[in-house]
Design a binder for this molecule. Structure first.
Ligand code: CTP
Ligand code: MG
Length: 230
């Protein structure tokens, strides 16, 4: 069976920590908006068959600010949490016949606009024959501290074997739907954690330190620099 690779980009957040007037995905950094940079990373990769963006039902910026790639679609089904937006998105893709249940879905934060092609290709290479799916992640570099109730150090946690999760996170559509249907969508912060709750262990694929998530206003200068290096 001919399975396709579909990028699913949740872009329905309000960016409360970033604190700009526009939601952060619509802020311009360098030549383009954050979301446009993200879409263009996937549009430039020939191994990606389709790019689906999930936006809020009352979004008034997308149509004005974004050039949808020729192989893209937009879905106004954003929900109250990131996971809800992803669940609504994958369900709509399947309902509309844009994705089949055996297609691979790559969920990627709109706010991670500096994803290098090398890291994206690494994820595609490593997950090709893996039914558990996989995610980009980086081994933790810093020493980890557990706090006590007074925000003093209670203990040092070993960083051996600890990874920081990034996106994309790749799963077959059927597995992603099954996993997200099974969890509280307000409590999970990535797709892999929902899949883990089914007793399945997705693969950890080495990510990239440039693949940061634009979160706070201070991140903008670094993102601007990274975009000039791509
Ligand atoms: N997202 C979404 N639907 C939501 C919340 C978030 O599609 N209800 C998207 C965001 O647009 C972003 C990605 O999920 O691309 C990662 O979320 P995050 O960085 O937390 O963005 P926001 O939720 O917008 O920011 P904040 O948490 O600071 O409000
Ligand atoms: Mg958020």
């Amino acid at each position: 069976m001919n399975t396709r690779r579909i990028a699913l980009i949740p872009a329905a957040g309000i960016g409360s920590r970033f604190g700009s007037e526009l939601p952060k995905q619509y802020v311009q950094i360098g030549e383009k908006t954050v979301l446009q940079h993200t879409l263009d990373v996937f549009a430039a990769n020939e191994r990606i068959d389709h790019i689906a963006v999930v936006i809020s039902p009352d979004d008034s910026y997308f149509d004005v600010l974004i050039n949808l790639p020729h192989n893209g679609s937009v879905h106004r089904v954003g929900g109250s949490s990131r996971a809800q937006s992803v669940f609504n998105g994958v369900n709509e893709l399947v309902d509309l016949g844009i994705a089949t249940l055996s297609d691979s879905i790559l969920v990627h934060d709109a706010a991670r606009c500096c994803l290098p092609q090398t890291a994206l290709n690494r994820l595609l290479d490593h997950t090709e024959h893996n039914y558990n799916g996989g995610i980009l992640a980086l081994p933790v570099a810093d020493t980890l501290k557990q706090q006590n109730a007074h925000q003093h150090i209670a203990r040092t946690v070993s960083r051996v074997g600890m990874w920081q999760a990034q996106t994309p996170q790749l799963f077959q559509a059927a597995l992603l739907q099954r996993a997200l249907a099974n969890v509280n969508l307000n409590h999970i912060t990535d797709e892999a954690s929902a899949v883990e709750q089914l007793g399945i262990s997705p693969m950890l694929v080495e990510g990239d330190s440039r693949n940061i998530k634009l979160t706070r206003a201070d991140d903008a200068a670094l993102v601007a620099f990274l975009l000039t290096q791509m």
